[in-house]
Ligand binder design. Sequence first.
Ligand code: ATP
Ligand code: MG
Length: 709
Amino acid sequence: MSTHEDVGIGDFVLLDEISHERVVENLRVRFNGGKIYTYIGEVCVSVNPYRSTNIYNSEYVEKYKDREMFENPPHIFAIADAVHKEMKQQGRDTCIVISGESGSGKTEASKIIMKYIAAVTNLEGQQEIERVKNILIQSNSILEAFGNAKTTRNDNSSRFGKYMDINFDFKGDPIGGDVTNYLLEKSRVVYQQKGERNFHCFYQLINGCNESDLKSMRLVRDPSSYNYIKKSSGNNQTTTVDKSDYKAVVNAMSTLGFTQMESQTIWNIVAGVLHLGNITFSLNEDKVNINDDKPLKDAAHLLAVDPSDLRAALIQRVIAAGGEVMQKTHTLVEAEYGRDALAKAVYDRLFTWIVSRINGTINVTSNNLHKHQRYRTLIGVLDIYGFEIFDSNSFEQFCINYCNEKLQQLFIELVLKQEQEEYNREGIAWQNIEYFNNQIICSLVEQSHKGMISIMDEACLNVGKVTDEVSKKKLLYQNPNMLLEAMDKKLVNHHHYTSRQLKPMDKELKHKTQFRIKHYAGDVVYNISGFLDKNKDTLFQDFKRLLFKSRNPIIEKMWPEGAQDITKTTKRPLTAGTLFKNSMIELIKNLTSKEPFYVRCIKPNEVKSPVVFDEERVTHQVRYLGLVENILVRRAGFAYRQRYDKFLKRYKMISQYTWPNFRGKTAMDGVKMMMDDKGFSNDVQYGHSKIFIRSPRTLFALEKARSDL
Ligand code: ATP
Ligand code: MG
């Protein structure tokens, strides 16, 4: 409890009136006063300050280390400490779920938490633990280089989801970890919206590597020379940052023990993708032709494949029909589609390979440590792409926003529902709080048969197998109406779904291909063109065989399915939508099995300013994050609750019955005597293991009594 706060109120449950206006006002007062953290009980609300602050230094670490949350002003360190303590003392696996929209500060929060944990552990300075800590922290710069990009909402936007488990030994020191990555937005490799960039690594490489590497990768320092990054070169004014980031990434790779061969392969693939993007096609007497051999040769060189094999895979595909193998030449559209699909897939595999390579390093170290330990607990840190709305929203936003629905659902389950269950468990009388349950939107997306992902999958099936003689139109799913019709038919009465066909008069739905989902965090209009394509995620077999044949053993290993015999019919792979859905369900299951802590991030304005507090935008976030409901549930008539032992420890000195001699038998006895003695008993209820205090005034009075001594 932070009664020592001078700016606004440090814990929302202590507001005398709970309303959206008051909550936003308190956030504003605190933001303007430089206080970016505010609690709702054990939930930490964080407002992005958009400036560097000096509140994460070692002085602060000392201040929050091994303290209770109420002893200091609100800070994310206190959450990190509580999580670590819970794990260490109770031996429970814990997790920190960081949520909020794009640019609200999730990734920064996750890094601050990791740095805090690193700062308060390994007091004996064991070398191997130091190594683990180093790896955990340094891996961030590598993951961000390859998985983050500038978007219109955030200059360093995570374009992949990241969940990191950190393993601890019985002393509470980190001895290992494991990163799980979720759906990378690979479409960015070949296309970026106006004002956005490709993944950072492309610019880092071009601006940062030395002349001889540049030459050996056959690159020039000019981003406008490459189709895949050309568009963004206009707003590419960050070359100095890219340059120094490149160095940081190279250093991190060496800290993590990437071999020379491994890091060279990584950069070769990045360069190879750029060259792939410069391969263009034209029609010559109805046959697809590659215009210029140079990028083809350069790409082949960097991917360590034969240029003639790459050419063949780009202009035709091998199909097996009735046991016979034959070649089918691509149309122009197919060739261009194939090239982009190849670039995306190569990059996506690279990213996944990097994640597993990082895990490999952490685990080599931790295996040494595990030898002596049987007892291990975990802290999970989830930092995933935030809810986003762009001018044009596609399949990626659909997945990202669905993911945020799932996290909101988890929050409802664990915080709103369980909180109310605590009252039941403790035998406390309470009043039910109404809240919007977004389960209905989760179902809209994920339900079997009737959900949007199922409908998409079914539509994909209907389009026919890629290896079939299908028309170019069908193969490329250029007719999105079919899917939209299927959705309309099944979802016609769903309150959270609508399309242009269903609501022709709706002004927001301007195009035939648009549909809208009413998300918990706001309405999003999606454009269905490309959905089926991205869901099916076709990559011609020829490319898989090509890369499997790479002379580079690392690349070969990234493409094991290339070994498959062409005449064997392969099982239909799961669609991107279904894979994503399954990974989300798995993630939620994992989080549910742990003791959760929450950081709710808020974006104060759209202009990245440290001084602008946009009331309207913040109100919107406060609403959809359900903060008011959270506060109400948390209070449900009780502003504060605490375990008897902890409560007694803090206030025992105020009563003659508990200090200096303790006259009770149990902590509960002691608390009751103390509260009776001080005349506070009317305002409290005694649960089975905790005391519940109704009014914030009682708490202030207790604090005052304590400080007046
Ligand atoms: P996305 O969903 O797009 O990945 P995010 O929620 O992860 O967004 P961040 O990348 O963490 O957002 O934050 C965006 C930017 O805001 C940072 O690059 C940084 O400039 C600033 N920022 C965020 N949190 C802090 C902080 N605690 N202190 C200082 N600056 C911050
Ligand atoms: Mg992020």
